[in-house]
Design a protein around this ligand. Structure first.
Ligand code: ADP
Length: 458
């Protein structure tokens, strides 16, 4: 069932229930008021007992005719009135059964007048019994058929039921029209989503349908999501293209060196050791590139594994490892104990990349300085600095400044640093000038005292 139909039916059912409840209350009120009007008419007719008796006597036809039957029921409006001159006695017959002791007590005014439901044949009556005030110990009984108002009640019920059903029907129609207009942007959004699913066309846009309500905002969010998805897919395609390109270069050199070995005198060739060394270096480059690509993918998302670690100790370890590989230039460290909550292996990798770059760009006789303080690692080198035109792009994947083209590397080191910072709630910043650069990797520091053994102090 469509949303439009569901909204319309819900509105119609809501109105139906409300009007049905109101109609039922109105009907009950109407029935109760009819009832009390009947009782009032019975009392009114009973009060006319003396004038009714007068009329019966006058209708007797004078002295010559038979004596008028005073017990004969007389119709006043819709009420039948029957008179029982006093004194009445229990057992005296009436159309509603013989009088009883209670009726005798009412006639003597020792009991109050009363209403009752009586039966004459198979018809129900409302009966009022009261003392005949103009006739000592006399009794008056006024009665009216109980179903006399059934027609009016039935008409009222039919009218209210008709009104209820019509109101529900009108509400359904109005709700369908309104819902159609309100839900049109949702229908357009649905069509656009289906179009994207069918065609995989991430350039399709829905727009906010000119409204700033929830539906408009949903449309804008959908467009933003599509744009982000489009950008992400494009970036992935670009990454695959760049990675393939970068992998091809060492692979081609490797193949060339192996071809040379095969075409010449093989391992007996005096060039063979150099060719094998070059091939091994190229295989190492390939290995490094693949590792970097995997790390880049791994560290880009939010870090799944985090633990509280000493940033100073972690940095110390990374510096030692890099320095073992590249003993010069020397690294001057100032490591202040501090705690951070990060993925340790990812941060180790990022710090190694920064130190690695600093050693690559600093002349062998100038020191590199690594400082850890308050959740931050700063790596300062004395290299040539970074050109203004390169600065905005150095954290991009595969970006290498023209000055770096002759050096080893594939342009993934800083992209990994940026990914690690992002995935661990951190930041990375660079300050650069003609006499060197400082890269600062910062994470939210954890409060709490860090116990430092004497050997760990600067
Ligand atoms: P790679 O070192 O493989 O070239 P990176 O992503 O580590 O790739 O660095 C990207 C670029 O940023 C480098 O090519 C270089 O131009 C510049 N760069 C990075 N670190 C430094 C540095 N310490 N001094 C000068 N330039 C740097």
């Amino acid at each position: 069932m469509t949303l439009r139909n569901r909204v319309s039916i819900a509105a119609a059912v809501g109105v139906l229930v409300i009007i049905a409840v109101v109609s039922s209350v109105l009907y009950l009120f109407y029935a109760a008021s009819l009832h009390s009007r009947v009782d009032a008419a019975l009392v009114d007719a009973a009060q006319q007992a003396s004038s009714i008796a007068q009329r019966i006597k006058q209708s007797g036809g004078g002295d010559s005719g038979p004596a008028p039957d005073i017990n004969r029921p007389v119709t006043v409006g819709s009420v039948d009135v029957q008179l029982f001159p006093g004194p009445v006695s229990a057992g005296q017959p009436t159309p509603f059964g013989p009088l009883d002791g209670h009726d005798v007590a009412v006639s003597e005014q020792t009991q109050p007048s009363y209403f009752a439901d009586g039966r004459k044949g198979d018809q129900q009556f409302r009966v009022y019994t009261t003392a005949w005030l103009g006739n000592p110990s006399g009794l008056v009984r006024a009665s009216r058929a109980a179903d006399a108002d059934d027609g009016a009640l039935r008409d009222a019920a039919l009218l209210l039921a008709g009104l209820t059903v019509s109101a529900a029907g009108v509400t359904y129609g109005a709700a369908r029209l309104t819902a159609g207009r309100i839900l049109r942007p949702i229908a357009e959004l649905t069509a656009a989503a289906e179009h994207v699913t069918r065609t995989r066309d991430l350039t399709a846009r829905v727009g906010s349908a000119g409204t700033s309500d929830e539906v408009g905002r949903l449309g804008s969010s959908f467009d933003t999501m599509l744009a982000a998805l489009h950008e992400s897919v494009a970036a992935q395609r670009q990454l695959v293209a760049d990675a393939s390109h970068e992998l091809r270069t060492p692979l081609t050199s490797l193949t060339t060196n192996l071809d040379l070995l095969e075409d010449g005198a093989g391992l007996a060739d005096p060039q063979a050791p150099a060719l094998v060394r070059a091939a091994r270096e190229q295989a190492g480059e390939l290995d490094q590139l693949i590792t970097d690509l995997l790390d880049l993918a791994r560290y880009h998302e939010s870090a799944s594994h985090r633990e509280t670690v000493r940033l100073d100790l972690l940095t110390d370890e990374a510096v030692r490892r890099v320095q073992q590989r590249m003993p010069l230039p020397a690294i001057d460290t100032r490591l202040h104990p501090c705690l951070v909550h990060v993925d340790p292996s990812a941060v180790d990798h990022a710090v190694s990349n920064l130190v690695d770059n600093a050693l690559k760009w600093t002349p062998p006789d100038a020191p590199v300085c690594v400082v850890v303080e308050n959740g931050q690692v700063s790596v300062t080198d004395h290299g040539p600095g970074i050109a203004d035109e390169d600065l905005p792009r150095i954290f991009e994947r595969f970006y290498r400044a023209p000055a770096a083209r002759g050096m080893p590397g594939a342009g993934l080191g800083l992209a990994i640093v940026g990914g690690v910072a992002h995935a661990n709630n951190g930041t990375v910043a660079v300050q650069t000038g003609p006499h060197g650069s400082t890269f600062t990797l910062a994470f939210p520091p954890l409060p709490g005292a860090v116990e430092v053994s004497p050997g760990q102090q600067e």
